[in-house]
Design a binder for this molecule. Sequence first.
Ligand code: 5RP
Length: 220
Amino acid sequence: MTQDELKQAVAQAALRHVVEGAVIGVGTGSTVNFFIDALAGMRGKVRAAVSSSERSTERLRAHGIEVLDLNQVEHIPVYVDGADEIDPAGAMIKGGGGALTREKILAEAAERFVCIVDSSKLVPVLGAFPLPVEVVPMARELVRRRLRDFGGDPRLREGFVTDNGNQILDVHGLRIEHPAELESRLNQIPGVVTVGLFARRGADLALVGGADGVSQREFD
Ligand code: 5RP
């Protein structure tokens, strides 16, 4: 199976977790794009979506799925999103697509986070994938110096502006043994908008596409 076929299989499997008649939270990325396309088949059964990026919003609307502003929505039973890495406890690195801030907001707002990945995203320890950190542009160099104190090599994502008008530093060379602790510490640096570590609010369920089909992992 190709990687796209694995992504398509988990996207399809995620449909079983969509709550009919409710608002669905929708993330960003190539795996989520397959999910959005699959969701189009359930159009009449989903009340509406809230989305973590302009890209996903556009794709949802192109399929005729209504997209609401989060401020209009009180209850999101399920949020479906991908990840760049996920560890055995359900902690993730996200933000490869640059949508980490809105993704973190939707993850917080939702009752249940269903993470859809192919098996290449499973790692024993987070950090081989460079950790994205969204920063307020005027604080970029200050944040970069502070991030170096954590042992990483922060590199500016060239030519990229987030949906919130900010920049991204991708931090290379970290080995993240204690993701929740690092997430809290990095969150304290003035100028950091969002850290792409999703450990304090990790996944509740991972659907993993592999050579033997889609497997499921529940996290506490
Ligand atoms: C976007 C994300 C994505 O979930 C992550 O980058 C995975 O993307 P893909 O499904 O394309 O591998 O965090 O900000």
